[in-house]
Design a binder for this molecule. Structure first.
Ligand SMILES: *Cc1c(COP(=O)(O)O)cnc(C)c1O
Length: 391
């Protein structure tokens, strides 16, 4: 499906786990949203161009990728805010409990949002951050919510969603999954795993573009009881009644907050069309083949690099990471040669594998270039050591 993406010539893109590339047709779709919708129809666009229904329409497209029923996912805001919405709702569902469990492999913003919520609630909640392998044992009867990111952003280690959710429910806790590095990377079955909430972003594997809106899933049988903390007007039962009091909207609509980013949502809606042709099991098999090939090639060619990801592919998401002391400079040197991955402090070189636009030839070629950079110390230049604002 490489032909469906606008990839620059000479680039091997191994960073689709951080920002997916531009799918063909998206620029035209956004142009149409600008000119034929906004430009020509002005405010009528909310009705005639379907802008108001877009967050749930696109939510259903995303829902299909994560095994969620139609009407259980809505788009909007950023993932950080969706984490806040899910956690605040979960804490309200367990008013007599005070503990939130997360793990040290979680992406910091999820932990920061939890800290901020707990501080401002001021009800004596505690965020307990445990090692990833200790999550199951940490879920005791005082736990209100378990908030875990399925795939570790640094190492790619995968949590067992079914097992942890069952453990949380066994202890009477509410389960929240962050699918930032799962949606579009591996098969996810929200309906089957029975968790109450899931959240995620769409600019990574779903190729929605920088700043693309996030998603939130709420299990259909509980959504009617959620009292949203971010009770914005577009989550109101009747926004255009302009009542002075908030009443939550019907079903998943109540997780909306304010005006949706129509242009950005149009880009995402178009990008999601690619997924109509993708079988997630086939995609997963192809991703494992790519990552296994890359590991074998890198380990044979680059003895200084130490695998940071689980060796067992079933315990790994769609990325592979290596420790290397000079990882930052080496990654800059790689990028200068057209092989784009990224770096995560303190010493992780991270490579994402996205079978929609990568094949085995690409990953072998990437390993060959990496070998050249390492054996000839091509990374050892001041311009490759200078840290950019985004790594
Ligand atoms: C990428 C990522 C985020 C980013 O949050 P934004 O609010 O979209 O910037 C949050 N959590 C996890 C687990 C991520 O991987």
């Amino acid at each position: 499906m490489k032909h469906k993406f606008e990839l620059p010539d000479g680039v091997i893109y191994l960073d689709g786990n951080s920002l997916g590339p531009l799918p063909k047709g998206v620029a035209e779709r956004v142009g149409k949203a600008m000119n034929a919708e906004w430009g020509a129809n002005l405010i009528k666009g909310w009705n005639v161009d379907g802008w108001m229904a877009q967050p749930t329409r696109v939510g259903d497209q995303v829902g299909r990728i994560i095994g969620a029923a139609p009407g259980s996912v809505v788009m909007g805001d950023t993932l950080s805010l969706k984490v806040y919405q899910a956690l605040s709702a979960a804490l309200q569902m367990r008013p007599d409990r005070r503990v939130v469990i997360s793990d040290s492999g979680n992406f910091p913003t999820d932990l920061y949002m939890a800290e901020g919520l707990i501080r401002h609630l001021d009800h004596g909640h505690e965020l307990r951050i445990v090692a990833p392998e200790e999550v199951a044992d940490a879920i005791t009867e005082d736990v209100a919510a378990v908030m875990i990111t399925q795939v570790d952003y640094r190492t790619g280690r995968v949590h067992d969603m079914g097992a942890i959710t069952a453990r949380a429910h066994g202890a009477g806790a509410v389960m929240i999954w962050d699918l930032a590095h799962s949606a579009g990377a591996l098969p996810v079955d929200m309906s089957g795993c029975d968790a109450e909430f899931a959240v995620g972003c769409t600019y990574k594997y779903l190729n929605g573009g920088p700043g693309a809106p996030a998603f939130i899933y709420v299990r259909p049988d509980i959504v009617g009881d959620i009292d949203p903390a971010l009770s914005g007007w577009l989550g109101h039962e009747a926004p255009f009644a302009f009542d002075l009091d908030y009443r939550p909207g019907l079903g998943i609509e109540r997780m909306r907050v304010g005006t949706p980013p129509v242009l950005q949502m149009s880009a995402l809606e178009e990008a999601m069309k690619i997924w109509e042709e993708v079988d997630m099991d086939d995609l997963r098999a192809a991703s494992i083949l790519l990552s296994e090939t890359f590991i074998a090639e890198v380990e044979a060619r680059c003895p200084d690099l130490v695998l940071a990801s689980p060796r067992d592919p079933s315990r790994r998401g769609s990325q592979v990471s290596f420790h290397f002391e000079e990882g930052y400079a080496a990654m800059q040197a790689l990028i200068a040669r057209g092989v784009i991955g990224d770096f995560r402090a303190p010493d992780i070189m991270r490579f994402g594998f996205t079978p929609l636009y990568l094949d085995e030839g690409d990953v072998v070629q990437a390993a060959v270039i990496l070998e050249d950079i390492l054996t000839n110390r091509l990374w050892d230049r001041p311009e490759y050591r200078a840290r950019n604002r985004v790594t």
